[in-house]
Design a protein around this ligand. Sequence first.
Ligand code: GLU
Length: 467
Amino acid sequence: MTIVSRFAPSPTGFLHIGGARTALFSWLLARHSGGKFLLRIEDTDRERSTQEAIDAILDAMKWLGLDHDGEITYQSERAERHNEVIDQLVEAGHAYYCDCTKEQVDAMREKARAEGRKPKYDGSCREKNLGPGPDRVVRLKAPIDGATAYDDMVKGPIAVNNEEMDDMILRRSDGTPTYNLAVVVDDHDMGVNHVLRGDDHVNNTPRQILIYKAMNWDVPVFGHVPMILGPDKKKLSKRHGALSVMEYEKMGYLPEAAVNYLARLGWSHGDQEIFSTEEMVKLFDTKNLGNSPSVFDLKKFEWVNAHWIKEADPERLADLILDFLAREDGPEAAENAPRTKLLALIPHLQPRAKSIVEMVPQSRPFLVTADQLEYDEKAATKFINDEARPLLEEIRAKIEADSDFTHDSLEAICKGLVEEKELKFKNLAQPLRVAVTGSTQSPSIYDTMLVLGKDETLARLERAVKL
Ligand code: GLU
């Protein structure tokens, strides 16, 4: 059987961590088996669904690389088909019109509760054979005995006594189909045979199975993933960090890091932490989806991101850094930035970088000319003092005379001066670093000067001694 899975977000806001993880698991399930991954936008709540939210979800899925097969299905466009199925169910005797008022239904529920039974609609209209009419809903004629059971991909066997289930409403009195009915019809029509979703839907599943059975349709395989908690074991919320996936893009996370980390929130393969997307596709198995809530840990996410930054192609990192530079300093800053210099610098930043955002200020001094370089005031005051100036002048002269300008030759110059003047290395390196980068932080001083190039290094030293 070709696996057909899907992601079915309600477009009422951005794609959050939990939704993205559900989408990822469904995507992995399909891609692992060479199946299909479909996308359905559940936009029937016209008040709360917005085009902006749809775009935000699509953008986030694109960023994560969760490509879907075929056209997107919009649930709101399918009301006619949903109603057609409801009519079929009524005709076949599996559903019926009900004219009980809200007050009557509330009273039935109250009575059941008072008698210690599960509150539910008492089936008054089941055998009335009512036809359509104002204020009438359509209800499913659910079985009154037996149980509805299925084997959850994540939670294992689940069974609910049919007695506990209401004759649920399929069509509201305003003629609109209900959520459970729409989901079943859409999943069936789309050919979905594997439904993986958040366990906030676990109570809907037996109800949905009743609809499949009434229609004599194949019931898909279901799986429900547990929710994501914050480090304090409370439901993940804004307090624990950003919830929107795209916020992480803005914070300089790489999509492969997000995919890696999201997968580990509930899926495991031994104690391995780092997975490329291809590797996950190869290894994914719903058997390894955990059944207890996972804890969102920003530090770990950052660590995973640092790993993928180390692995990333410098050309790609350069594009990203320039994107962020354009966002922060305006497009000209990125256009005028010397890409070759940035490419030479990136491998020196990769070993320690935690995010792309962090790499931007580290790159900036390398992307401007000596006259544009901004000196950190504190660093300049502290390190470029009367004692340092003659030393920097001497370094400048030696570098100017150094026809090699290599790591070795620069090291020889600096170490020679340290010995000659009986200095501590840092008492030479820090003023030199501040002189050529404007700050106290940069890659090794030799690499820094090599990336800048001889002319730029000399120009900066010349400017620094005049500060
Ligand atoms: N639209 C539902 C939600 O966003 C998902 C429904 C489903 O996956 O069956 O929670």
